[in-house]
Design a protein around this ligand. Structure first.
Ligand code: FAD
Length: 332
């Protein structure tokens, strides 16, 4: 493989309900910095049905170009059809790096593309950099239970690929004067070529948990003692308009759905305020919330690890402290 042939940085622009997913805009911010450092263009790759207009969203956030596959066959996300478009576009234009959001779709697509192209993929990246001379992507992620940060390099294959968790990178301030080039692509692909058919889309009726986009999170742990005890977290969150988060142990006890889990095997969050209540502060929990703006911990054990990671700590029983806080906030 001639690595020199590959040039430029791409971001897979995930189209969701007529919008570009916030994580894709965040990746354009990270991609822009790397593209400038390297002196190469930053492109978006957009696939869908009726999505061409959305390409314009990418330019204020840093893209120079957007490759667009706007075809009926892409109306629903299917691994097979989407990966065929990505692979064809890669083979035609040869980018050195592709970044995807670590969403359900992004993770699925990136791994399928990596397998087919026989190239490297770093999953759930939390830090990105590029070597200005060699173009080598330095993608770092927690490893060994979050105890070390591993920087993973893909030296012999191109494109180098990474999925990146939402809210880890920062989107640029939108510059509405910035414009770019829309490059229309199309692929010959018939329904008969695709083995999967979407028969029906069933929307989840329960309230969607958008932990990664929450400004305030009230998270509870095993210290709440029971499912009934965990209701305190729901009541507190509701009273201040916060989203409920949880430790893995609270989830595994069946007190709250997995969608609320924060941490290494849950969601990474960066709210403005994070309340950690009855949570010990295990490293696997900390890696998912330690970049929060303000961390307030309530724990009855003064030696709990969470007190080393918080800005404010209250030593005490959650069942006494939280009602006092609720009362105080009500007065405000
Ligand atoms: P505990 O560690 O049992 O802590 C409970 C805390 O509550 C204690 O500090 C106690 O002092 C306090 N407490 C008790 N009663 C009260 C009270 N009345 N008022 C106030 N405080 C009280 N964990 C995650 O959270 N997220 C993950 O994504 C995750 N992924 C993992 C992945 C792997 C591979 C592994 C091995 C583990 C993972 N874990 C994860 C589990 C993690 O190691 C811890 O076991 C877990 O975070 C502990 O949850 P906890 O703090 O709720 O419970």
């Amino acid at each position: 493989m001639n690595l020199e042939e590959y040039r430029g940085i791409w971001v897979y622009l995930e189209a969701r309900d007529g919008q570009i997913a916030p994580v894709s805009l965040e990746l354009l911010g990270a991609g822009r910095q790397m593209a400038d450092k390297r002196g190469v263009p930053l492109a978006g790759l957009l696939i869908g049905d009726g999505v061409e207009e959305l390409a314009q969203t990418a330019f204020p956030y840093g893209a120079d170009q957007v490759y667009v596959y706007d075809q009926r066959i892409f109306a629903d996300y299917r691994t097979e059809s989407y990966m065929r478009a990505v692979i064809e576009c890669v083979e035609k234009h040869k980018p050195e790096i592709i970044l995807y959001g670590a969403t359900t779709t992004g993770k699925d697509l990136a791994s399928a593309v990596a397998t087919d192209l026989q190239t490297g993929l770093t999953a759930d990246t939390t830090m990105l950099d590029v070597n200005a001379e060699t173009g080598l992507l330095e993608a770092s992620r927690p490893a060994f239970g979050g105890n070390i940060m591993a920087t993973i390099l893909c030296k012999k294959h191109r494109p180098q690929m990474a999925t990146v968790r939402p809210k880890v990178m920062k989107a640029l301030e939108a510059d509405q004067t910035r414009t770019g080039e829309v490059i229309k692509e199309s692929i010959k692909l018939a329904e008969e070529d695709i083995r999967t058919k979407v028969l029906k889309i069933v929307r989840e009726t329960r309230e969607k948990v958008r932990l990664d986009e929450a400004d305030v999170i009230v998270a509870g742990g095993k210290g709440l003692g029971s499912k009934e005890g965990f209701q305190l977290i729901h009541r507190f969150a509701e009273s201040i308009g916060a989203t409920v988060g949880a430790s893995r142990d609270a989830v595994e006890a069946g007190w709250v759905d997995h969608a609320h889990q924060v941490g290494q095997t849950g969601v990474t969050v960066t709210p403005k305020i994070y309340f950690a209540i009855g949570i010990s502060g295990a490293i696997q929990h900390l890696v998912g919330m330690r970049n929060s703006g303000l961390i307030i911990a309530i724990n009855k054990d003064p030696n709990a690890l969470i007190f080393q990671a918080c800005h404010y700590g209250i030593v005490g029983d959650a069942f006494e402290i939280v009602p006092l806080l609720m009362k105080a906030f009500q007065k405000e």
